[in-house]
Design a protein around this ligand. Sequence first.
Ligand code: HEM
Length: 229
Amino acid sequence: MIKITSLVCAMCLVLPTASFAEQSVNGQDFINLFEKLSGKQPGIRKGHAKGVCAVGTFTPNQAAKQYSISPLFNAPSKANIRFSMGGGNPHADETSRSPRGMGVQFLLENGDVHNIAGLTTPVFAGNSPEAFFGLLSTLVPDEKTGQIDFAKVKAYREQNPSTLGQFNWLQSHNPPASYVSSRYFGVHTFYMVDEKGAKHAFRWTMVPEEPEQVLTEEQMKTFPKSFLA
Ligand code: HEM
């Protein structure tokens, strides 16, 4: 049996339902909302719908072993990787100011599968599922006009400042020129557990070997909508 270990993108798998009782949201609420925003798209992921897969090898740095007993750090492992555009649109415009994602499955020597998910932004779109849900709800086009009410989006952001961090970051950083020329951030704080059982808080970032490269303003206007794969 495949066992999934820690470090999973927890928010993708388990959506807390109790933090704000009056407006709590669950996974099905998000699926319904993604379908309103991007259509039903049968057979395609509701989030990060557009993407491309790759395979690779992960070679752990032995220094990590002093903080963690995870088998991830025992030996090199094969990795399945998926790079993606955030959002539910399978035809997303790759010149747009939006987060890109990276999902990695590490296939460990003991048979475990260890999953992580990261974004090209160091912060998420809100500090709770409810804030993210509220923000996405303002982006649903009006049924009659088919238009997004951007005044409503702006007002929501101002009333919910945790939704501003990612937005401001995207405005001040042009999109990656390639899936492999960008940093990917784990965003959340996770814990490593050492052999004495002590917990060590950490955040992870994937850093490309090649220099980071972003699209120029000109390229953002002239590049095709699909070039990353
Ligand atoms: C409330 C917050 C979130 C919601 C509702 C959400 C929702 C989703 C959904 C519905 C999917 C598609 C899953 C599938 O069909 O396989 C997805 C994929 C993904 N999410 Fe999230 N997500 C959230 C937070 C995050 C965070 C914090 C990160 C990273 C730091 C993240 C990174 C990703 C990535 C990289 C994928 C694509 C995985 C792949 O390629 O298979 N998400 N998310």
